[in-house]
Design a protein around this ligand. Sequence first.
Ligand SMILES: Cc1cc2nc3c(=O)[nH]c(=O)nc-3n(C[C@H](O)[C@H](O)[C@H](O)COP(=O)(O)OP(=O)(O)OC[C@H]3O[C@@H](n4cnc5c(N)ncnc54)[C@H](O)[C@@H]3O)c2cc1C
Ligand code: SF4
Ligand code: SF4
Length: 406
Amino acid sequence: MTQINKLSDIVDNGLCIGCGLCQSITGKDSIEITMSPKGRLEPKELKKITPDTFGKILNVCPGVIVEGLPKEQVDTKSKHNLVWGYYLSLFYSWSTDKKIRFESSTGGLLNGLSLYLLESEKVKFILHTVTDPEKPMRSVSKLSYNKEELLNSNSCSRYGPASPLDRFHEALNLNEPFAFVGKPCDISAIRQLSKSDERVNKLCKYLLTLVCGGSTEFTKSEDFIESFKVKEEELSIFRYRGFGNPGKMYIKTKDGREHDREYNSFWGEESTWRVHFRCKICPDAIGESSDIAALDTWRGGSPKGEDEGFNAAIIRTKKGSDLFHEAVNAGYIKMGDQLEIKDIDDFQPHQVNKKKAVYARHEGMRKQNILTVKTNGLRIKELYDLNSKEFNLKEEEGIGIRVKKI
Ligand SMILES: Cc1cc2nc3c(=O)[nH]c(=O)nc-3n(C[C@H](O)[C@H](O)[C@H](O)COP(=O)(O)OP(=O)(O)OC[C@H]3O[C@@H](n4cnc5c(N)ncnc54)[C@H](O)[C@@H]3O)c2cc1C
Ligand code: SF4
Ligand code: SF4
C-alpha cells in the first residue's frame, strides 16, 4: 500500500499514536477513540468523514507527517546539531517548589514552567495530561486554570496510551491564551495545524515538551498490576514515577494495598518497553518543534539511584528562552549549570541511536511497500548517509520483522 485513503489505513499500518487530534477536528459523534486489544488508543469512524475533513486530518496527523521547527521560529542566534536540531541554550534546571520537584517526573521543570505561566497570567490555562480520576491506570487531557488543578491529578510522566489533543479544538474555541504540554508527536501535530488554523499561533502561546522514548501499550500496565493480583477497578492510585527521581512505579488499591517496583526493574531492556509501533519509527522524539524540551539527566541513560530531580532543558526558540529566563527571574525555576550537546548525548543514548536509525527503518518499510511517515527538516537522511552500511542494513531488515507485529 502506498497511499492513505481512509482513517483505518493510518491505524492499521501502525502509524497512529492515538493523539486524538482527528477526533478533536471532527467531534466525538464522527470519531471515537477506544483502547484496542493490543493496548493502544485508536480512532474509529462512527460516521463517514467527508473528503474535505479527511484532507484536514491528513495535513496534521503525526502518523502521516512530521516536520522540524518552522523556519520563522529559528532564531538568528540558534545553534544547530545534526542529531538534536535547533537550540539556543542547554541548562540543568528544575522547579524551585520542593513539592513540585519531588512529586513530578524528574525535577518538575514542565510543571514549574506551567505554574509560572498561570500565575504570571501569561496564559489562562494549561492543556496537559493527567491521571483519569475514575480509572487511575488511564490518562486524560485536562484544562487547568490554577495551581490546584494543575497539580492535583498526577500531571507527571504518563507512559501509557494518552490522547493529549482530543480537546484541542475545545481549547481553541474558548478564545483564551493557553499553553500546551505534551509529547513531541503532539507538538508536531499542533505545528501542522497552525498552518491552516490561524487561531493556533494566536492562542496556543507556548509549546512545551518532554524528550520521549515512546508510549507504552496499555498491556504493559495491565501486566504490572496483574503481577500483584490487582484488578484495574480496585486501583485508587497508579503512578509510573515521581515522588522522587525517578521514583518508583507505584499502585495503591481502594482498600489500601500498596505495591511498587524500582524504575529500572520496570523498564529493564529497551526491547521490553512494549512501545507503540509508531514510536519505533518516530522521526522526532526529541521535541524539535517545541519552545522548550525537558529531559532526564542520568549519565549513560539510566538512573543509578534516587536523586532530588535534575532536568535538562533544551531551549529551542526565542519565546522558549524568554519564558525560561523570566520563570528563573520570578523564582519558579532554578537554572543550573550550562550543558553541552555531548552531555545531552550522554543523557539520552537511546535517542541518539534512534535518530540515526530512523531513516533506515523508513527505508525498510518503503522497500516492503508499507506506508510510513512523511518527514521534512529533521535531518534523518543526512544521519543515515553518515552511518555504516551494516548499521543501516540491520535497521532496514529489523523493521521488516517488527512490521509483521503491527
Ligand atoms: C511517553 C513518555 C516517554 C518518555 N521518554 C523519555 C525519554 O526518552 N527521555 C527522558 O529524558 N525522559 C523521558 N520521559 C520522562 C519525561 O519526559 C522527563 O522526565 C522530562 O524531563 C520531564 O520531567 P519534568 O519533571 O519536567 O515533568 P513534569 O513536571 O512531571 O511534567 C510532565 C508533563 O508531561 C505531560 N505528560 C505526561 N505524560 C504525557 C503523555 N503521555 N502525553 C502527553 N503529555 C504527557 C504532563 O501533562 C505534564 O505536563 C518520558 C515521558 C513520557 C510520558
Ligand atoms: S495519530 Fe492522532 S490524528 Fe493521526 S489517526 Fe491517530 S489519533 Fe488521529
Ligand atoms: S516516540 Fe514519538 S510517536 Fe512515540 S510517543 Fe514519543 S514522540 Fe510520540
